[in-house]
Design a protein around this ligand. Structure first.
Ligand SMILES: Cc1cc2nc3c(=O)[nH]c(=O)nc-3n(C[C@H](O)[C@H](O)[C@H](O)COP(=O)(O)OP(=O)(O)OC[C@H]3O[C@@H](n4cnc5c(N)ncnc54)[C@H](O)[C@@H]3O)c2cc1C
Length: 402
């Protein structure tokens, strides 16, 4: 039989159809079907065989997803566990032990275990390498104290990717360690933070004398920044790579709104709007193809700095798409659907309304790294331009003025 690495698209489609015949997704719950998908190597296609993938390029996932979409597989996928699938799985694969692979990868994919990312702190978001939360060793355990903020889905998560300072007396990037945190451990307190949408999709997380066994450490001591980089690069791919096929994702909302509203416009407004809608459609298609090309090259969770291209472009484009959608809605854009304010869903971005999506899109240029930071990364790591000013370079973290 053809193994993953040499599989053609047709063979991949056949394999996906065989899965659908073997386990009917309309007859079993999502965990059972997703588990079978994982076992068949069709979950995260760029992962190694036996670990949810077939060792193919990341872009081949679109072939599998296309067949599943046609079969109307009832799973709301990335909205349920976007951080686990987009970031937790590649981090565990690349930096975790075999025991961690066994324990986590399948349950991340099925959605049995929801994951969150515990990086940002009140004083440090863009400059996350400077975080002050502290982990102090105590025998086989670490005792962690500090506060995280903007932690998406922490309220429904079983596990968190925790970055914390374990050595304050070396330069900031060298004194961090990275752990898998049990979110139900004593001392972990999660409090909701409400966004402009009225939803509390993210949280404050307080860590008070939280004990973590050393076997939950994903990095070498002091080498957490390297694991953080894997996380952040995969986050940018996950944030920039969505869309659900040609004409899918946010641009679909704009096209649908255009189709229902265009007849309300007079001739000149209609011509002007049509021009703007067409330009955004082209931009969305260019982004989709750019992401597709990047994914064809990427393997095994090694996302590289190129993910920042898609992240930057999709964040800014989403905002323009929803701004134009609001223009098309006219005065109706002033009305927010019932449910505002103060909802707390177990999904990321759970609202269905256009106005909700418009408000949510304001966060796109902040979450996962701001657009300014994306431009810095592209400038320095891809274009090779001179670096940002770093006055704390080489200075022990404890010596940096706070
Ligand atoms: C919806 C949403 C979900 C999030 N989810 C999570 C999560 O799950 N886990 C998590 O850990 N974090 C999460 N975040 C936090 C996010 O990563 C940070 O908000 C982001 O990195 C920016 O950090 P900050 O808010 O501290 O802003 P700051 O870093 O204080 O930035 C303030 C402003 O200064 C600019 N700036 C900062 N440094 C530079 C520089 N060197 N050059 C040029 N401009 C600069 C920024 O672009 C920004 O405009 C989330 C944020 C949002 C909005």
């Amino acid at each position: 039989m053809t193994t993953g690495a040499t599989m053609t698209d047709d063979e991949l489609r056949d394999r996906t159809r065989a899965l659908l015949e073997e386990v009917d997704p309309h007859e079993v719950d999502q965990y059972t079907f997703r588990g079978a998908q994982f076992d068949a190597g069709l979950a995260m296609i760029h992962f190694p065989e036996g670990k949810g993938g077939l060792g193919l390029s990341r872009g081949k996932q679109a072939v599998v997803d296309g067949v599943l979409r046609e079969a109307k597989v009832p799973y709301h996928d990335l909205m349920v566990n976007p951080i686990g699938i987009g970031m937790g799985a590649p981090v565990v694969l690349n930096h975790g032990t075999e025991a961690m692979h066994e324990k986590h990868l399948r349950k991340i994919f099925t959605g049995e275990d929801i994951w969150c990312q515990l990086f940002s702190e009140p004083t440090h978001g863009s400059d996350v390498a400077g975080i002050p939360s502290r982990g102090i060793r105590d025998g086989d355990e670490w005792i962690v104290n500090g506060q995280k903020v903007w932690t998406t889905l922490a309220h429904v998560s079983n596990y968190g990717m925790l970055l914390t300072r374990t050595d304050p007396d070396v330069p900031k990037h060298n004194g961090l360690s990275y752990f898998v945190l049990d979110m139900h451990a004593p001392g972990v307190e999660v409090r909701p933070l409400y966004q402009i949408t009225g939803e509390a999709e993210f949280n404050e997380v307080f860590l008070t004398d939280v004990r973590i066994n050393d076997d939950q450490r994903l990095s070498e001591e002091g080498d957490g920044w390297r694991v953080a980089i894997t996380t952040l690069m995969n986050e940018r791919v996950a944030l920039g790579g969505g869309g659900g096929g040609k004409g899918g994702g946010p641009i679909r909302s704009l096209i649908d709104t255009w189709n229902t509203r265009k007849d309300d416009l007079d001739a000149s407004a209609r011509a002007s709007m049509q021009d703007k809608v067409s330009r955004l459609w082209i931009e969305a298609e260019v982004l989709r193809l750019t992401n597709q090309r990047a994914k064809e090259l990427a393997k095994s969770g090694d996302a590289g700095p190129g993910g920042s291209v898609g992240k930057l472009m999709s964040a800014e484009m989403n905002q323009r798409i929803y701004e134009l959608t609001m223009d098309l809605l006219g005065p109706d854009a002033m009305l927010h659907e019932p449910g505002y304010p103060m909802t707390r869903s177990d999904e990321a971005h759970a609202f269905g309304s256009l106005t909700g999506s418009f408000l949510r899109s304001r966060a796109n240029t902040i979450e996962g790294g701001t657009s300014e930071i994306m431009r810095n990364i592209l400038g320095e790591r891809i274009l090779g331009l001179p670096g940002d000013v770093r006055v704390d370079k080489g200075v022990a973290w404890s010596e940096i003025p706070k």
